[in-house]
Ligand binder design. Sequence first.
Ligand SMILES: [Zn+2]
Ligand SMILES: [Zn+2]
Length: 420
Amino acid sequence: MDPARGKAESRRRGSIRPHYGGFQVRVTAGVDPTTGERIILHETVATRREAERALTRLLAEADAWKSARTKASFGALLDRWLAGHEVAITTRVTYESLIRNHIRPALGTVPLTKLHRGAAEILESFYGDLRRCGRRCDRRPFVEHRAPGVHDCTELGCAPHRCRPLAASSVRQIHAIISGALSAAVRWGWLPFNPAEAARLPARLKPQPHPPSARDAARIIEAAWERDAEFGLYVWLAMVTGARRGELLALRWHHIDLDAAILTVRRNYVRANGEGHDKDTKSHQMRRLSIDAATVELIKRHRAACEQMFAVLGFEIEDDQYVFSAEPDHTRPRDPSSMTRRYGRMVKELGIDTHLHELRHYSATELLTAGVDLRTVAGRLGHGDGTTTLRHYAAWVTTADQHAASVVSAHLPRPPHATS
Ligand SMILES: [Zn+2]
Ligand SMILES: [Zn+2]
């Protein structure tokens, strides 16, 4: 294009005019197809020179904005993004609750144009608020009601609000949602770039596993056997395999090869939206775990007990039945959260402050302190590589390393003149 004509073209889209002793720059950024309104970007500056510069900048912005099809709110973008976003059911449930409880109340009606221009500031102050109080209250006292509408507060136990920060990990998840939606907007040509990338996030906290001590672990497994054999086996397997709660619940007989002493972790049982889902493992990888003779024996015993019970009911055991089930025919896994609660009640009675997930940490840290290498431990836990394992269990890896340090020197003679 002829440069002079190009310049004239730009002029027509933008204008500079005197305004209260300064200059106002206005640029047309196209028409909003949904409302038919013209989108005008404007800015007021002090000098003519600044105005020229502002014009150039706003024209560039307008070019970007022409491709932003609408003046949609961030809430509308979220709806569209979530509708087409393929994620695992549990992730979707988490996303929906974070959007409903936190993102939409704060940013749902904010126009994309505004969010786009001030993203870092808007998002950082939003995240800061959440880290002060998850409900982003205005610091004035109020009662947190446990039910909407008219109700008896004493009966439901409604209590005065106490500010509690939203966990850093939740804020990071919220950011992942916002950033995910905005980068979809970039792909669709609504925005020229993803403005969320500039925002600073709360630091990721180091995971701090608190596995039970070996002595407590022994008391726990003893108590579990006393309750009932099936529960005992569940706790035993959690300790020796380090498998996740739902991975053990999803175990079916055909996942266990008793002759080869191999247990295959293939699925993960979760509940979301009141329904059970037998889905892929968290890392979408199946893993084969060797089990020892004692474990094989215990599993055999449980299987024999199931067979016996089935015989009474007139069934035969089938390979796709669940190993752990509350149903007489073992066609449905046990409920994950009731497992957690049952375990919680048991350790409370024992006076041990721990929860079910710590058994996974127990398994990992026992292996590491016994000197089993990081890769093997990562493999058993189903961590993609050693990085995650190292992030969780760095302290125990150090212990194993200290042990390694003394292995060689222990057998070497000391110099003749060294006094002891
Ligand atoms: Zn109330
Ligand atoms: Zn508060």
